[in-house]
Design a protein around this ligand. Structure first.
Ligand SMILES: *Cc1c(COP(=O)(O)O)cnc(C)c1O
Length: 397
């Protein structure tokens, strides 16, 4: 192997390398500081801390972005999923089919309602839930299908919706990581009966704390979810359902409104970084070690994460290699949900969801935040290529 030159220049000896963070939220918020503070000040001055005009404005804008008639603000992406399931009447004895390769909240909400999460495997190329495996897991107790648009790319919604229609089941989109993504020209949040969005600070539209939104084209579902988010009361002190207190604060909505105007630009920057990584890794030494992420036909990802697969047990070594060079990288997610302690009583075994378990061992997410500089990305690319060159030499020896 002749491709060892970069290793020398990237040696950790000598000058300390400048850190490349996995994500730097401040770089996005700092230039907007005055505008955000002005929006927040307006809320403080009016005192409309709950259900203020900024909440209504953000709901209208997110509804427009998602191409639906209704959007309801709530306290988090987790609450969005919980309320969506409640609106469809999910409760004890019901089963909800969802991926195991996702953030915990997707399944946690199902369990909290006394229903049973039924974990399906993923498609190895997109990391999204496999419609064929959903089909195998539908039973008379199935009450809903809950696909996740993982890492910013929509799940295979046409296949999932066809299956759901055949069995008369609602589809709830966990779109926490995918605001702004398209599926065959249609926006996420409009692809099922309800879409669930998160404004957690690391999401593509990141707030200054927790926040979430529920999208739907169904006026009756929208009204039920709005009532559920307000203790199930309508009007005040007349309770039709046992709801919860889950609201998007006006201050939060005001700050998010400032950032929503920039969302398309953020997504475009993420897309450029992803394309540059793909090009560099596929054509560099890294190609022998990492598999770059795939966009399915008709899908445009918003790249909440740029996630590669690392071959043959070398993922943790690559992460350490990057960490030694002060480059941030993270594993989303190291333990699939079907193997979590809290779900042990569901009886899943290692080997039950092979594509999920393999992904958990191989994935590594690299810095892809919009404000990542070309120099920083060069450092990531050079470091991954250097690792691949070194380990390929070692393996060949
Ligand atoms: C972040 C996330 C959630 C939860 O959103 P919060 O706003 O943090 O409650 C749910 N599902 C997925 C896939 C997520 O990434």
């Amino acid at each position: 192997m002749s491709n060892t030159a970069p290793v020398v220049s990237l040696s950790t000896a000598g000058a300390e390398p400048v850190p490349v963070p996995l994500l730097d939220i401040n770089r996005q918020n700092e230039p907007l500081r005055d505008e955000i503070l002005a929006a927040i000040t307006e809320v403080v001055d009016t005192g409309a801390f709950l259900k203020g005009p900024a909440v209504r404005d953000l709901e209208a804008e997110v509804a427009r972005l998602c191409g639906v008639g209704h959007a309801v603000g709530c306290a988090s992406g987790t609450d969005a999923i919980l309320v969506a399931l409640m609106a469809h009447g999910v409760g004890p004895g019901d089963e909800v089919i969802l991926p195991s390769f996702t953030f915990f909240a997707t399944a946690g909400c199902v369990s909290r309602l006394g229903a049973t999460p039924v974990f399906a495997d993923i498609l190895p190329d997109t990391f999204n839930i496999d419609p064929a495996d959903i089909a195998r897991r539908i039973t008379p107790a199935t009450k809903a299908i809950l696909p996740v648009h993982l890492f910013g790319q929509a799940a295979d919604m046409d296949a999932i919706n066809a299956l759901a229609a055949e069995h008369g089941l609602p589809v709830i989109e966990d779109a926490a990581q995918a605001i702004g993504a398209d599926y065959h020209g249609r926006p996420i949040g409009s692809l099922g009966s309800i879409g669930c969005i998160s404004f957690y600070p690391t999401k593509n539209l990141g707030g200054m704390g927790d926040g979430g939104m529920i999208t739907t084209d169904d006026a009756e579902l929208a009204s039920r979810m709005r009532i559920l988010c307000d203790h199930g009361q309508e009007p005040r002190y007349y309770h039709h359902m046992v709801g919860l207190n889950s609201r998007l604060d006006t201050i939060q909505a005001a700050a998010l409104g400032v950032k929503l105007k920039r969302l398309a630009g953020y997504a475009a920057a993420r897309g450029r970084h992803a394309a540059r990584y793909n090009e560099a890794f596929d054509n560099g030494a890294a190609g022998a070690v990492v598999t770059t992420p795939v966009e399915a036909p008709g899908c445009s990802s918003v790249w909440n994460q740029y996630t590669v697969r690392v071959a043959e047990g070398r993922r943790d070594a690559l992460q350490s290699w990057l960490s030694e060079r002060k480059i941030g990288a993270a594993i989303y997610y190291p333990v699939p949900l079907h193997l979590q302690n809290c779900f042990a009583d569901l009886g899943y075994q290692r080997g039950d969801l092979p594509h999920t378990e393999r992904a958990a061992e191989e994935v590594l997410s690299l810095p892809v935040f919009p404000e990542l500089t070309a120099e920083e990305q060069d450092r990531v690319i050079d470091a991954v290529n250097a690792y691949a060159a070194v380990t390929s030499v070692r393996m060949a020896a």
